[in-house]
Write a protein that binds this ligand. Structure first.
Ligand SMILES: NC(=O)c1ccc[n+]([C@@H]2O[C@H](COP(=O)([O-])OP(=O)(O)OC[C@H]3O[C@@H](n4cnc5c(N)ncnc54)[C@H](O)[C@@H]3O)[C@@H](O)[C@H]2O)c1
Length: 335
């Protein structure tokens, strides 16, 4: 049984606590740390039988009984905490994005090189979603042939409050889609061009950010991809992908609570997509950790390593550059 400590008890830290407790049978959460631990959060954590609750994450890093840590704290802490954990010999699962700069991710890569026994995984949970995994499977099985066009639609149901995000839309939200583009075409990105604007809430521009974007990508394997992003779709969380190739096409639709379609004299209606990531991707949060635990147990490679973590951030930084400079940006410029 893998003993896990979770660092960060916010939204995603609680998701992983619940998911591991109910759905990951070879792991147990024994400790959780957050500097802003309040009574409500403490009671929530205690409800899952977690024995050790701290304010200082270092107590988890220094605990010889803990085998692995999940870094679920704010983005700016991901790199320093991951490096400390790696240097202490803990296996690390770190939420996306790994950092806001290439240098900080390189420091994680250097720590991993010095500790080859440590398993490291990035929290790109969408790779483990049943729909997107089926797209990649069809591609791997040769049913689509050579990948030519990938289309990703990724729209949130509601925008966060202005100023909520320390990171840009590209580092916070689109980073998942950048990873999806690489995963679904099994390729890195070579070049991109972005049109972005603040069409939902123009005051987001004051923070140098955007809420709507169209991103065109040239993949290293020759495929072309397009991602469309919105922070606010009035009908719910819109998460779809379509991969078109020399032999055919594979496409996914949104998950809904039911497939019931009601037809009356007034028209034909169906369910809206599941509301947001907690509803849509819960199973993928369990599956990514199951596979992380399996990699530790079997001493095999984790399914989402440091390369994916680095590549996605480079793409996000290139996207910021393209949106601000109104030009195509090669990934090699970010190196
Ligand atoms: N994979 C996904 O789909 C997904 C979804 C949501 C969030 N995330 C990522 O997870 C991270 C956290 O997001 P969130 O929505 O849970 O945010 P949040 O603000 O709800 O939670 C972050 C928590 O980290 C804590 N924290 C800050 N510094 C800390 C430290 N030094 N030690 C321990 N805890 C510390 C904060 O007190 C807070 O409770 C972000 O990087 C975000 O990008 C990923």
């Amino acid at each position: 049984m893998l003993k896990v400590g979770i660092i960060g008890a916010g939204r995603i830290g609680k998701v992983h606590l619940e998911s591991i407790s109910y759905h990951v049978k070879n792991a147990v959460v024994t400790a959780m740390a957050d500097p802003f631990m309040n009574d409500e959060t403490r009671a929530f954590i205690e409800g899952f039988g977690v024995e050790k609750i701290y304010q200082d994450y270092k107590q988890i890093i220094n605990d010889p009984e803990i085998d692995a840590v999940l870094v679920c704290s704010s983005t700016d802490t991901h790199a320093p905490i991951s490096i400390e954990a790696i240097n202490a010999g803990k296996h690390v699962f770190c939420e996306k994005p790994l950092a806001n700069t290439v240098d900080k991710i390189q420091e994680i890569a250097d720590a991993l090189k010095a500790h080859p026994e440590v398993k490291f995984q990035v929290g790109f949970n969408r790779r483990f979603d049943h729909n997107f995994a089926a797209v990649r499977k069809a591609y791997d099985e040769g049913k689509i042939g050579d990948a030519q066009i990938l289309k990703i639609t990724s729209r949130d149901p509601q925008a966060p409050p202005v100023g909520y995000c320390a990171a840009s839309i590209f580092l916070d939200m689109t980073i998942h889609d950048f990873d999806m583009a690489c995963f679904l075409t099994n390729s890195d990105v070579e070049e991109l061009y972005v049109y972005a604007d603040a069409l939902i809430n123009p005051s987001i521009r004051e923070y140098g950010d955007f809420d709507t974007a169209i991103i065109s990508l040239k993949m290293a394997n020759g495929a072309l991809a397009v991602i469309d992003n919105s922070r606010q779709a009035m009908y719910g969380y819109d998460q779809r992908a379509e991969l078109f190739g020399s032999k055919g096409m594979v496409a996914t639709s949104n998950d809904t609570l039911s497939s019931a379609v009601i037809s009356t004299a007034d028209g034909v209606t169906g369910e809206k997509p599941l509301f947001f990531f907690l509803e849509r991707y819960m199973e993928s949060f369990s599956e990514e950790v199951r596979q992380f635990v399996a990699a530790v147990e079997n001493n095999t490679e984790t399914p989402v390593g440091i390369h994916a973590g680095m590549q996605s951030v480079k793409i996000a930084l290139a996207a910021e550059k393209s949106a601000n400079e109104h030009r195509a940006v090669k990934l090699s410029e970010i190196d």
